[in-house]
Design a protein around this ligand. Structure first.
Ligand SMILES: NC(=O)c1ccc[n+]([C@@H]2O[C@H](COP(=O)([O-])OP(=O)(O)OC[C@H]3O[C@@H](n4cnc5c(N)ncnc54)[C@H](O)[C@@H]3O)[C@@H](O)[C@H]2O)c1
Ligand SMILES: [Zn+2]
Length: 412
């Protein structure tokens, strides 16, 4: 069969924007790529009524002719803790893929030790790339990853660089990953003792937030993810912030419908920001979704990743709202509500490292700037739903914010 090559159809004349001297021609063409970001929320993806999995692997019109001839190769990579706690999930997923004649599992599921250590170990990336190469996956293959934010990041990184991008289907398995990282378009591993130094932007093929995976989380990990929900609510939605304040106790008690509602709202705020905020790949000056993160990333590294990302974000938010009161006129009642909400959720607003490593923490500002380049831009808060970008940080005001939190740490 001979097919017409679509790029040969009606070639569009190139536009010459400017001509210099005889030999210099300057071209400046803009183009856009239509991305789709598909995220499903469910209580059990294997419920017989649920057709999410089918839709996840559905190729739409994009490569239809391909799949008529070949089955698509699939690999599954899973966080050890999830495999231990949910063997039935892995079994059901493997069986579901095996039953689909258009899909071909190339090997048994592979396991990755979860937690931040997997982002610090380059051998894990090499192992992933080796397996992708050995099984000859290609851009029409699928990598399915089930896990916390750390495992999603490391597998996502390998999937994004192999062949410049293999389709990635994510099953986030922590509250933080479902509320934030799993629905994002970034992946990363740590390098040079710095968080997320190596990474890419890559839109996942599909994301499934299956709440049943969250049952097995230890309570500290369960509550940890809601710091990102507080963060995004402060940036985007007074109504979502009120919901979190009003329901902090229920969320901490793991009431399923309250917690899943909070996760879904957070995920949707993150998604809207990415898909409709005008800067999905952070090309511009600010990284608004990283409110509270200049300190969070640094304290995680200073604690040798003993402080989890979610807890570190809680600390970062507590400092930054107090800073915002002093510098940007955020109402102090609002800052108190934020700190109270974090505490009622079971999140930390104090850690001795805030005191012991003050100078090193402030060095985090420079790392934050270097990540993006250009002048320092940090998002702070003038009011709930009213973020403000600032370009200088008053170190003494940060000190005072830390002092204020230190004072409170004694009455908890
Ligand atoms: N790419 C992004 O946009 C982005 C955004 C935010 C955070 N992150 C990253 O996400 C990571 C934090 O993710 P996290 O909070 O999910 O923690 P995590 O991935 O470190 O997981 C925490 C622990 O929970 C275990 N676990 C995972 N799912 C479980 C389950 N269902 N039951 C029992 N145990 C389970 C893991 O094995 C691990 O030990 C950080 O590395 C952070 O930098 C990335
Ligand atoms: Zn974060």
């Amino acid at each position: 069969m001979i097919e017409k090559c679509s790029s040969a159809d009606s070639p569009k004349p190139l536009e010459i924007v400017a001509r210099g001297d005889e030999n210099d021609v300057f071209m400046d063409l803009s183009f856009s790529v239509p991305y789709r970001h598909r995220v499903w929320f469910c209580e059990n993806v294997f419920d017989p009524q649920c057709d999410i999995l089918k839709k996840c692997f559905d190729d739409g019109d994009r490569n239809r002719h391909d799949l008529e001839q070949d089955s698509a190769k699939v690999q599954i990579w899973i966080d050890n803790a999830v495999a231990d706690c949910h063997p039935e999930f892995l079994h059901a997923l493997t069986a579901w893929i095996a039953a689909d004649s258009k899909l071909q599992l190339t090997r048994a599921p592979e396991f990755i030790g979860g937690g931040e250590t997997c982002k610090n170990d380059w051998r894990i990336v090499q192992n992933l790339l080796g397996a992708i190469n050995d099984d000859q996956l290609d851009r029409r293959s699928y990598i399915v990853v089930i896990g916390g934010g750390a495992v999603l990041d490391v597998v996502g990184y390998a999937a994004a660089v192999a062949h410049r991008g293999i389709r990635l289907i994510r099953f986030p398995s922590t509250t933080l990953a479902q509320a934030d990282s799993g629905v994002g378009v970034k992946n990363a591993v740590n390098e040079f003792g710095k968080k997320n130094w190596k990474g890419t932007f890559a839109v996942p093929w599909a994301v499934v937030n299956d709440y049943s995976l969250l049952d097995s989380l230890p309570t500290s990990t369960f509550v940890s993810g809601f710091s990102e929900a507080v963060k995004v609510a402060l940036l985007k939605s007074p109504a979502s912030f009120n919901f979190l304040c009003d329901n902090a106790d229920e969320i901490r008690a793991r009431d399923p419908s309250t917690a899943s509602h909070a996760i879904q709202e957070s995920a949707i705020h993150h998604l809207r920001h990415i898909a409709q905020g005008g800067d999905p790949f952070e090309l511009m000056e600010a990284r608004p979704l990283d409110f509270g993160h200049w300190l969070a990333h640094k304290i995680e590294a200073l604690s040798d990743y003993g402080i989890t990302h979610g807890d570190a974000v809680s600390l970062g938010l507590a400092v930054d709202v107090l800073y915002s009161v002093e510098i940007l006129g955020l109402e102090s009642d609002t800052a108190e509500r934020v700190i109270g909400c974090l505490r009622r959720l079971g999140l930390p607003v104090w850690d001795p490292l805030l005191d012991r490593q003050r100078r090193q923490l402030l060095a985090g500002l420079e790392e934050f700037r270097q990540h993006l380049g250009g002048r320092l831009t940090v998002t702070m808060l003038a009011a709930v739903g009213r973020p403000v970008n600032i370009h200088e940080i008053d170190h003494q005001a940060v000190d005072r914010a830390i002092d204020a939190l230190k004072g409170r740490s004694f009455d908890s």
